[in-house]
Ligand binder design. Structure first.
Ligand code: 6R9
Length: 653
């Protein structure tokens, strides 16, 4: 609740500077005109943008088919290709412009021009074809954050194959589950890479995943990055460099229907099983392309650095598809913000002349803690725009970003969106919107948001609190959940039957100026360092350990991570104490790391004889959240099956 207090008392207002507004793609007037157009006819608004900004091989005949709502189909009859939009259309005018500047973990650098990127993508696309990959086949990427990941995405898109990236920090078990759910034919990986100097064993994890299932996998393409010895199982495994060696540098793009899936990206929800969020080609490209222009004010001379890994949606839309379709220069950095020292991010920004910097609040908070002497060592004068994504940014972090990195001059865009929305939904427009620290301000043109109550009724008046919903379809929305359309309908449109509202799963406050303040998830999803984790997934991982009988996982506020994982565990046999408890905690953390990935390891594990349950057997999570926070328990616990357990859960016995 203290969060709500702090944002409600946050009255500082930062209007765009006159100089920024004068040079921006969108100023106040232009934004107002766009919004008015969108209000008048939202579907035609998007259709016009799609016609003007996306290269279509066959024009679409119907902008939106809503006959099977909430399964919306955008740009029906149109054919396009995402890779052609990102590469081919720039060749005539900017073949020699740098598309990707890269810096590796160890400081190695390499650039790709649009011409080179086009050639490398085409070679890999031809290589994939030679392995029998065709339109609609799924290809799983388990890659380091290097340009080859973008090349692999583009190569899949080029031939109409559907990529599904699994973040390199996920374990072999998570990788296996995603490969199996997607029914993938090929995995593209690397022997390994380093992050912060630590070796990440990517190929080893692929080997483990494949030896425990994944029967649909026919081939594994391996990029040589570290050169260290990894188990290599030819002819199933092929080296990337061998595969592309003889391939032609030209590959005609496969023109696909607008709603042909471009990619799947697995994300956590309220149940134990991650869902494969399916994105279309046409609608997604429209969203990624337009929002890159509007929100980041992309210009010809910009060097755009989005620090997100390609394994997350932010990396899809603002490392790969959005900036490249706009012909921008992007920067990719393989490593972590603080290696070899706390100045690494700022040194990179200086050395590569970064002009737009887009990162997550967790990184800002971590860097803030290390002191402003680090950024102050470097020349950050090329920066002109800062962005934030992934979780609510607390006003203190916002102010630090503004003062220390932005020198009190640069606009900050706090962008709210989700894996499911494909592109940014709410954000300031840097040349037009006055910002407030901690608010993602207002919906973008053509996006219609609202606040509803428990019954799905709009809360009257501008000032409102409740569930965040999107009231009209938008082009970059997810098409469905891979293989489970029923779950798609139920999860996103099922909460308020008959109302046709997309329920984001976030709670929000809207202030008297119509600005939105996102309060966090209302479902059983945690946001740890900007990463979505389902409590149920972590609980299942814990319960799969032989000693664990039952587990309940909640989030606990954390200074740097935003939220950390707190697990309450009951054991088979006696409750462990002392050294035995310490040993088991260590073991359980490792176990979760192995089952899901290091990012899901609980910071706290507390053992108890029982979990607090209502008489109908439901775990009282609200109570556990209070206990995890160390709050005084004021809730009524008399309805508990076992009220006596509370003291023990609080660590008092
Ligand atoms: C893009 C991305 C989505 C969830 C979302 C919300 C939180 C993202 C935010 C934000 C407040 C912002 N979230 N951006 N909360 N302010 N600017 O992060 O996608 O990984 O699917 O997470 O993240 O809770 O519902 P994803």
């Amino acid at each position: 609740m203290s969060d709500i207090q702090s944002v409600l008392t946050e009255a500082r207002l930062f209007p765009p500077s006159a100089a920024f507004a004068a040079a921006a793609r969108l100023n106040k007037e232009k934004l107002a005109a766009l919004c008015a157009e969108a209000e008048k006819d939202p579907v035609e608004f998007w259709a016009e943008l799609a016609r003007k900004n996306i290269a279509w091989q066959t024009p679409f005949t119907k902008a939106l088919d809503d006959s099977k709502a909430p399964n919306y189909r955008w740009f029906v009859g149109g054919k396009t290709n995402a890779s052609a939009n990102c590469l081919d259309r720039h060749l005539a005018t900017k073949a020699d412009k740098i598309a990707i500047r890269f810096e590796g973990d160890k400081g190695d650098t390499k650039n790709w021009t649009y011409r080179q990127l086009h050639a490398d993508v085409s070679k890999l696309a031809n290589g994939l074809k030679s392995l029998g990959v065709t339109k609609g086949d799924r290809v799983v990427l388990y890659m380091p954050h290097t340009p080859e990941a973008v090349i692999a995405m583009q190569a899949c898109a080029r031939i109409g194959a559907i990529h599904s990236i699994v973040f390199g920090g996920f374990s072999s078990g998570s990788l296996r589950d995603r490969i199996e759910d997607a029914g993938a034919k090929v995995v593209i990986t690397a022997d390994g890479n380093t992050r912060g100097g630590n070796l990440i064993e990517l190929k080893k994890a692929v080997n483990e995943a494949l030896s425990s299932g994944c029967k649909t996998i026919e081939k594994v393409i391996v990029l040589k990055r570290t050169g260290h010895d990894v188990g290599f199982d030819a002819p199933r495994d092929v080296w990337w460099h061998d595969l592309v060696a003889q391939q032609s540098a030209s590959c005609d793009p496969e023109w696909v229907e607008a709603d042909h899936p471009l990619f799947l990206l697995y994300t956590s929800g309220s149940t134990g099983k991650p869902k494969g969020i399916q994105h279309s080609t046409g609608g997604y490209m429209v969203g990624a392309h337009m929002t890159s222009q509007w929100v980041f004010d992309l210009k010809e001379s910009d060097v755009f650095w989005c620090t997100a890994d390609v394994g997350w949606i932010t990396g899809h839309s603002y490392v790969c598809y959005g900036p490249l379709s706009n012909g921008a220069t992007i920067l990719m950095y393989e490593g972590v913000p603080t290696f070899p020292d706390a100045g690494r991010f700022w040194k990179i920004a200086q050395d590569h002349g970064v002009t737009i910097f887009y990162t997550a609040p967790t990184a800002i908070r971590a860097l803030m803690k290390l002191g402003e002497e680090w950024p102050n060592k470097y020349d950050l004068s090329k920066l002109r725009l800062l962005g934030s994504v992934g979780e609510p940014i607390n006003p203190e972090a916002w102010m630090w970003y503004h003062r220390v990195i932005g020198k009190e001059k640069l606009p900050i865009v706090d962008t709210w969106w989700q894996t499911e929305t494909g592109a940014i939904m709410m954000s300031p427009i840097p040349g037009a919107t006055a910002t407030k620290p901690g608010s993602c301000t207002q919906p973008l043109p053509g996006i219609f948001a609202d606040v509803v109550d428990e019954a799905g009724e709009p809360v009257k008046g501008l000032e409102a609190g409740g569930y965040l919903v999107i009231t009209k379809p938008w082009p970059s929305m997810l098409s469905t959940i891979w293989g489970d359309n029923e779950r798609y309908v139920k999860t996103y449109y099922g909460q308020f039957p008959g109302k046709n509202l997309y329920v984001a799963g976030d709670s929000t406050h809207r202030d008297k100026d119509g600005y939105y303040w996102i309060m966090g998830r209302i479902d059983d999803v945690l946001n740890v360092s900007g990463h979505r984790l389902g409590t149920m997934e972590i609980e299942s991982a814990l319960v799969s350990h032989t000693r664990v009988a039952e587990a309940a996982v909640v989030g606990r506020p954390h200074e740097v991570k935003g939220e950390s994982v707190f697990a309450f565990v009951t054991c088979k046999g006696a409750r462990p104490h002392g050294d035995e408890a310490a040993k088991l905690i260590k073991e359980l953390r490792e176990h979760v790391g192995k089952e899901i990935g290091a990012l899901a390891k609980p910071d706290d594990i507390r053992f108890a004889d029982n979990l607090p349950k209502t008489r109908s057997g439901k775990i009282m999570r609200r109570l556990l959240r209070s206990i995890a926070k160390g709050e005084e328990i004021t809730q009524d616990i008399s309805t508990l099956e076992n009220p006596g357990i509370v003291a023990q859960l609080a660590g008092k016995e």
